[in-house]
Unconditional design. Sequence first.
Length: 152
Amino acid sequence: MTQINAENATPKAMKKTNITYWILTGLFAFVMTGSAIPNIMVNPMSVQGFHEMGYPTYIIPFLGWAKLLGSVAILVPGFPRLKEWAYAGLIFDLLGATYSVANSGKDFVQWAPIFIFVALGFGSYFMYHKRLKAISSGDEAAQRDFRLKATV
């Protein structure tokens, strides 16, 4: 994979970085939003799952709103500190879910897919920083693209 820095940042490399970033981030936000909506609506399946793990019902909508707001935060251009917190919160949510489901006695096959979502989150976070590095390195194409997206 091409490293993007001040010496070799090209429009083609930046385009590849942007495409990879938006694919990973879009998928990650989609997955997290998809799990947030049933929580916000206090879906009976969510309630059953949380009760099986020993958690109270009142925490379900809170986690749903937190995931939804975190998903929005990673999609909105700008606000780098907010994005850092959002990524951290979403990853903590997934790691907490993995730990809880694994310790609730369920088979590995039932909770292993969560690692795919964790990988999406880490991939999105990595590409976010790679993109920021290209933008701050003085790459004119990257800065133009970033300004374009930030003004939309």
